[in-house]
Design a protein around this ligand. Structure first.
Ligand code: ARG
Length: 254
């Protein structure tokens, strides 16, 4: 009797295994992927910007490729640029990616991955502006006013070089450019590629030829999260190696 019972149980188990393995319901059989949360500020074309209600751009695509390598599902959270590092420090997101420049003072708060792109700070002026060179801004007795995005390197440099009184901080680059058009400021200090996008989208503006500063962009993670840092670095290395990062950048920067 016991043997029979054991046999029946075995049989039942074999059948249920077979049923499980044989059933083809992809939604049920694929374990849900762990979520990888990215913080950004999506008013920064071509790195991150909205197309409809979707955030696209160089950073969004590289982040998706990294998440893919990690077998995780990417979720992007849009916030003020100024809040990204805090969000990473607090752990409400896993990493920050926003055309973010590696800086010593930021390295005190977060860890940065290998750099995946270069950037530079440039100056946007009106086409007929009396400012013809970046140096004009620093000239003795100059009173030119600059608009910047709060908390960006453009903000840090301009505030340092021109003084607080000559700098107005806006919550995104678009608002800084609107202020330039309105005549509230005389120039906008901002990263080169977003500057090009803004000049293309608005009439009567140009970018001064000289570069204000050269920079490297990287992803930031919570200080001490070496596990994630190493994983992202390995993914970046692989994506550089196989040309994915170049392809993504070339798609957005012609
Ligand atoms: N590269 C500059 C910085 O790190 C500006 C970045 C702004 N990014 C953005 N998504 N709004 O400060």
């Amino acid at each position: 009797m016991k043997k029979l019972l054991a046999f029946v149980l075995c049989l039942a188990m074999v059948f249920s295994f077979a049923a499980c393995g044989g059933e083809k319901d992809p939604a049920a059989s694929e374990a849900p992927k762990a979520v990888l949360k990215m913080a950004t500020n999506a008013y920064f074309q071509p790195y991150e910007y909205y197309e409809g209600d979707k955030i696209i751009g160089i950073d969004a695509e590289i982040a998706a490729a990294i998440a893919d390598k990690l077998g995780m599902e990417l979720k992007i959270e849009d916030m003020e640029f100024d809040s990204i590092i805090t969000a990473v420090q607090e752990g409400s997101v896993d990493f920050g990616m926003a055309g973010m420049t590696v800086r010593e003072d930021r390295l005190e708060k977060v860890d940065f991955t290998t750099s995946y792109a270069n950037g530079k700070q440039v100056v946007i002026v009106k086409e007929n502006s009396a400012i013809t060179d970046v140096e004009d801004l620093f000239a003795d007795g100059a009173t030119w006013k600059a608009g910047v995005q709060l908390g960006t390197t453009g903000d840090i440099y301009a505030t340092g070089d021109l003084g607080e009184d000559r700098v107005t901080q806006y919550n995104n680059a678009n608002n800084a450019v609107l202020a330039l058009i309105a005549g509230d400021v005389d120039c906008v200090v901002i990263d080169n590629e977003p500057a090009k996008a803004l000049v293309n989208a608005n009439e009567g503006l140009k970018i001064l030829e000289a570069t204000y500063a050269d920079e490297d962009y990287a992803i930031c993670v919570k200080k001490g999260n070496t596990d994630l840092l190493n994983k992202i670095n390995a993914a970046i290395d692989a994506l550089v190696e196989d040309g994915t990062i170049d392809t993504i950048i070339a798609k957005y920067i012609k």
